[in-house]
Design a binder for this molecule. Structure first.
Ligand code: SAH
Length: 374
């Protein structure tokens, strides 16, 4: 005997349409949640209880929120999801770097990474699905931008990564909670500034994730008006500007949006950011072998940054399959470092973390989306 057909497949009219997905609880505005609770005779303080349970308490189901009445927990589960995204792929490297590909409610995918060393646990989060900036060496922008992430989706990445830390760790190299955030995943953070500031505000709250602004770094391709807006937020976030070249001609070849902006406007906005916030700006420089790492580039870069109180973060290019670039040769990288240091600029070379799990720059998502094994 064949199994009975499921009800929805039997041609039922409207009722067959899929239900709209339940919203993730962190995407429900506080006022809306308060009103929803009031309709059920619940006091406003429940809002704080629910959010605290997710953000600080590591609850992964509504059922586990033992400070809420049982009936309310069931009603919450009927109307909302605790996480709107789910883990599609979870890789752990030998150095304890965790890389997640997260599937969003609309089936889009993003990446988020947890980096652990020196007693710190750093979350690297995405701000958009894809990226519209089109930097020629980067995997995230190869297919353009699809959409901004919501405030809840930004926060969920932090919560999911935090839940991977061990609150009981005694290992001095590890942290029992998230200590830092770098907004350096997929997307251009300043193109989604409003949601980002909203999410980081909650992350910084003592009832949230307790991550102070000084432990948050926002990396941008360089959108001058948005850099000013960030400075006006009054928060002590660190700013990292992706420079990648010492002159406009080369920068426009590497970072096509430079054509519209120009480096002068970006550097001026970054200088203002420093004056207003007192926070020293970091310049990121992806080192592309033979392209932006030769002696004249080194000297020009040193000249550009010497009179600024700036850090430089050199990032040897992480290979992206199919792209025609290469990592720098040791001698070229060393010359770049020495030239900048001689000019009084503080320089760091970005350590390679989780290399064997593609823990960089939108590469794992591409593999998962195209069905390749990771
Ligand atoms: N849109 C933001 C955040 C991007 S990711 C920005 O442009 O800053 C953070 C840094 O990683 C940027 O400096 C970016 O240029 C760099 N990056 C991207 N792909 C890379 C790759 N394959 N190798 C090394 N660095 C890369």
């Amino acid at each position: 005997m064949s199994a009975p057909l499921p009800l929805l497949a039997s041609g039922a009219p409207e009722s067959a349409a899929p239900l709209p997905p339940k919203p993730g609880i962190l995407d429900v505005p506080v006022d809306t949640l308060r009103a929803w609770l009031q309709e059920r005779g619940q006091p406003p303080m429940r809002v704080g209880q629910i959010r605290r349970q997710v953000l600080a308490g590591r609850a992964t189901t509504f059922e586990a929120m033992s400070d809420l009445p049982k009936q309310l927990r069931a009603e919450l589960a009927e109307s909302f999801r605790l996480f709107s995204m789910r883990v599609e792929r979870h890789l752990v490297a030998r150095d304890d770097t965790h890389k997640l590909v997260l599937r969003l409610a609309d089936d889009r995918m993003i990446e988020a990474v947890l980096i652990q060393d020196d007693g710190r646990a750093t979350a690297c989060i995405s701000t958009q699905v894809g990226c519209g900036m089109g930097c020629v060496f980067c995997a995230s922008g190869l297919n353009g931008v699809v959409r901004n992430l919501t405030t809840g989706e930004l926060l969920e990445q932090l919560v999911v990564l935090r839940n991977l830390t061990d609150p009981e760790t005694t290992n001095p190299e590890r942290a029992p909670r998230l200590t830092n955030v770098v907004v350096m995943g997929m997307g251009e953070p300043l193109a989604n500034l409003e949601n980002l500031l909203d999410a980081l505000g909650t992350a910084g709250d003592k009832n949230g994730l307790c991550i102070g602004a000084r432990h948050v770094t926002i990396s941008t391709v360089g959108l001058p008006a948005k850099i000013r807006k960030l400075a006006e937020s009054g928060k002590q976030y660190s700013l990292a500007v992706s420079l990648h070249a010492p002159n406009d001609e080369l920068r426009t070849r590497i970072v096509p949006t430079n054509d519209k902006t120009g480096m002068d406007a970006i550097l001026a906005a970054a200088d203002e950011f420093y004056e207003k916030t007192g926070r020293q700006v970091t310049y990121e420089y992806v080192v592309l072998g033979g392209l932006n790492d030769q002696a004249p580039h080194a000297r020009q870069l040193a000249g550009l940054l010497a009179r600024r109180k700036a850090h430089v973060n050199l990032i040897p290019w992480n290979d992206v399959e199919g792209l025609p670039y290469r990592r720098p040769q040791d001698a070229d990288l060393q010359y770049l470092i020495d030239t900048l240091r001689k000019a009084g600029i503080s320089v760091k070379v970005r350590k390679r973390k989780g290399a064997e799990i593609d823990a960089a720059c939108g590469q794992l998502r591409r593999k998962v989306e195209s069905g390749q094994p990771a």
